[in-house]
Design a protein around this ligand. Structure first.
Ligand SMILES: C[S@@+](CC[C@H](N)C(=O)[O-])C[C@H]1O[C@@H](n2cnc3c(N)ncnc32)[C@H](O)[C@@H]1O
Length: 92
């Protein structure tokens, strides 16, 4: 891992999200989808530490595959999923 990547990870590690956004925006975007199955399969690409993944798990009750290049974010998401009772819904 290079120095620049180290700095990036140090800046963003343990933040609730790694980019702009709000839980209400995730909820609004989801509410605009139609014809979803009762238990949808969701692919969250570039999930970071998964703030939106947790919101999606809560509102969809579906199964989510959460992908990110950085393992450190996925470890954080796994912890948060466990703490929030979504371990069965979220696979990193
Ligand atoms: C701007 S952050 C957004 C993270 C999260 N979705 C959020 O809203 O907080 C973009 C994320 O995409 C990940 N990423 C970038 N390129 C990727 C790729 N090719 N495959 C998987 N993840 C990638 C980065 O590691 C980073 O965590």
């Amino acid at each position: 891992m290079g120095d620049e990547e180290d700095i990036f990870l140090e800046m963003f590690d343990k933040l609730p999200r790694q980019g702009p956004g709000k839980d209400e925006c995730t909820r609004k975007a989801y509410s605009m989808l139609s014809d979803l199955p009762e238990i949808p399969d969701i692919l969250d690409i570039g999930c970071g530490s998964g703030r939106q993944t947790l919101v999606l798990a809560e509102i969809s009750k579906g199964h989510i595959d959460a992908l990110d290049l950085n393992e450190i974010f996925l470890e954080d998401l796994n912890e948060r999923a466990k703490e929030n009772g979504f371990s069965e819904n979220i696979r990193t």
